[in-house]
Design a protein around this ligand. Structure first.
Ligand SMILES: O=C(O)CCC(=O)C(=O)O
Length: 166
């Protein structure tokens, strides 16, 4: 994965163009195009390693995946804002399987509609799998904060199924 062609694209936030606070790449079947945060992602072909991890994820979740988003957090200054993976091409109740590699970072879940439901903090360690499914995206936002404490790089691989492939 150190040979991945990592990208740092610009997205529009509060009316300004800003660079995403992390790097990413998108691999998948040729037709698995994915647009989020205004970025259109055309898939790179599966590498043997990513194809093997996809097969493992499919067994683990008993669900099909045709693409994977790789996120690289270089240090504690890299982050991901609170969001739901609820783009139309993922369908209403997507299964998303995420593998964490490298440094431990904490993924925070906040309920979308009930302010009195406490946030859930999940410390994701090297080799951990996290599976989101059912109504998770409808009910929760998730994200990963910057942190002051020094931390090494972390990669997450989030396997998805793009449904309305073009
Ligand atoms: O890095 C993570 O574990 C979170 C990734 C994520 O939220 C996403 O790709 O939508």
């Amino acid at each position: 994965m150190h040979t991945s062609p990592w990208r740092q694209d610009e997205i529009k936030m509060f009316g300004r163009q800003v660079r995403q606070p992390r790097l990413h790449t998108w691999y998948g079947d040729p037709e698995a195009h994915y647009t989020y945060s205004g970025l259109h992602n055309v898939p790179l072909p599966w590498t043997p390693l990513l194809a093997a991890l996809r097969a493992y994820a499919e067994k683990l979740c008993d669900a099909p995946f045709n693409a994977v988003l790789l996120n690289l957090y270089r240090d504690g200054q890299d982050s991901m804002g609170m969001h739901a993976d609820d783009e139309p091409e993922l369908g209403p109740e997507p299964v998303i399987a995420s593998l964490s590699l490298g440094a431990t970072r904490t993924l925070i879940f906040m309920h979308r509609n009930c302010a009195d439901v406490r946030p859930v903090h999940i410390a994701l360690q090297d080799s951990d799998w996290l599976i989101m499914r059912g109504a998770t995206q409808q009910n929760w936002h998730h994200g990963l904060n910057k942190q002051v404490r020094p931390v090494g790089p972390r990669i997450s691989l989030t396997f998805r199924e793009i449904k309305n492939v073009i």
